[in-house]
Design a protein around this ligand. Structure first.
Ligand code: PFF
Length: 444
């Protein structure tokens, strides 16, 4: 974000940060993870973690941003007077960089999907819309590399031109539209044969289906979906208007994130049985199942749903723009002359690291280690290691190095007397909880 892109109102700030935070995490990753790790039980853990860990951590990141008002690679040093603490900012930026690497793989699938839909709608594609079988697309190395190249290119051009402020303004309409569109898709899915079973799968918590690994991934999912531990949200808050209310903003984002995740689950799982897929289909779940929902529909009806779906998918761009922007801003330090160069170098590097990730669905699919494929390992490194560690370090930073009274000043009006419990939660409880979960994951 450039300095001039300060949001004038608290609502503007909420929408802009929601535009960054609410993206593929809720729409693509949540259903895929819930499908693999226990459906309703995973949802329950995700809700518990999001509300009791994610929300206080988001409040913490907003508080640091509002207090420090500078770059994430300088903000920790500025607030504590200890330069070495800036390492937390650097680690967050590393997380964002790797995250963009595998995010753009999914972004590439979106580009291919939309291109196919568009071609078939104007009569250029062969076959019908229903004949798009995404399994084949995902496993085609050439298509997918071109797709992600285009996704990164679009992101790069927007960041280079510095026009993301325009997009942020547009988010006033874009966010509510996303809810309306997702609801339309959910309604269609619910009308399919066997829908009830899918609804039960995602809403009914069968604790026996939950593994220790599922619990860890649910925590990783809460971090990923709220962008925690990456300093992304700190950056947004550092440009927030004075009247930005930390608690309301954090709560709004958490609620929106939960609603979008639930809607995505309700769009996908009811359709799974109808088309003979399994919930544990993996990262391609969204792309394999939803196009099939439209298969037997008339041209007009299909168009009516494909447009909202493509739109919902494209929301991934507002997140990818913020991912690139986060890295660009720490290197340009608001010197716009450097913007083009830094954006191009950053994008090329992201493109390079995203190639092995995309090939894990095709030529490199045989390579398995640690958390699974190369793609899985990149995701694991970010969601289950860098993000929790970043958040852990930030809780120590806030609890041990910042003064309680400084934090209280920016916390905002506190009629409910939430500051003290929040502060002690961040100081004593959350670091222990995050560390515990983290250590369990290493020795699982
Ligand atoms: N939270 C985003 C999503 O769920 O798609 C991903 C993300 C965006 C993470 C920006 C970190 C970030 F700084």
């Amino acid at each position: 974000m450039s300095k001039q892109s300060q949001w004038k109102t608290s609502t503007g700030f909420i929408l802009a940060s929601a535009g960054s935070a609410i993206g593929l995490g809720a729409m693509w990753k949540f259903p895929y993870m819930a499908g693999v790790y226990g459906g309703g039980a995973f949802l329950l853990m995700f809700l518990v973690f999001t509300i009791f860990i994610g929300l206080p951590l988001l409040i913490m990141e907003f508080t640091i941003g509002k207090l420090g008002r500078t770059y994430t690679t300088a903000i920790f040093g500025k607030l504590s007077g200890k330069k070495w603490t800036n390492i937390i900012g650097w680690s967050g930026n590393l997380a964002v960089f790797v995250l963009f690497g595998f995010y753009s793989v999914v972004g590439g699938w979106i580009i291919i999907y939309i291109a196919q839909v568009a071609m078939q709608l104007v009569g250029l594609g062969s076959g019908t819309l229903g004949s798009i079988h995404f399994d084949q697309v995902i496993s085609n190395p050439v298509y997918t590399i071109i797709g992600q190249g285009i996704f990164i290119l679009i992101t790069m051009v927007i960041v280079m031109l510095g026009v993301e402020h325009g997009l942020e303004k547009a988010s006033k309409v874009m966010m509510p539209l996303l809810f309306v569109f997702l609801i339309l898709i959910v309604i269609k899915s619910l009308s399919l044969d066997g829908a009830a079973e899918g609804v039960r799968f995602i809403l009914e918590p069968r604790m026996e289906d939950l593994s220790m690994q599922g619990v860890l991934f649910a925590l990783g999912q809460s971090f990923f979906a709220l962008s925690l531990g990456t300093t992304g949200m700190i950056t947004y808050a550092s440009y927030a208007p004075k009247e930005m209310t930390i608690k309301t903003s954090a709560l709004s984002i958490v609620i929106m994130n939960i609603i979008v995740s639930l809607l995505a689950g309700l769009a996908i799982f009811p359709a799974i049985n109808a088309f003979g897929y399994k919930p544990e289909e993996g990262p391609g779940l969204l792309f394999k199942v939803l196009p099939r929902v439209f298969e037997q529909m008339s041209f007009g009806a299909r168009f009516l749903l494909d447009f909202p779906l493509s739109y919902s998918y494209l929301r991934a761009l507002t997140s990818s723009i913020s991912l690139l922007e986060l890295n660009v801003s720490i290197f340009t330090k608001n010197d716009n002359r450097k913007r083009t160069k830094v954006a191009v170098i950053g994008s090329v590097l992201v493109f390079l690291i995203s190639i092995p990730a995309t090939l894990s669905f095709s030529s490199l699919s045989g390579i398995h280690f640690g958390a699974g494929s190369i793609f899985d390992n990149m995701d694991f490194l970010v969601s289950n290691i860098l993000m929790p560690l970043g958040a852990f370090a930030t809780t120590l930073f806030v609890g041990q190095l910042l003064k309680m009274k400084d934090l209280e000043k920016v916390f905002g009006r506190d009629r409910l007397k939430l500051f003290v419990p929040w502060y002690y939660l961040v100081k004593y409880v959350l670091p222990v909880v995050i560390l515990l979960v983290f250590v369990m994951q290493l020795f699982k």
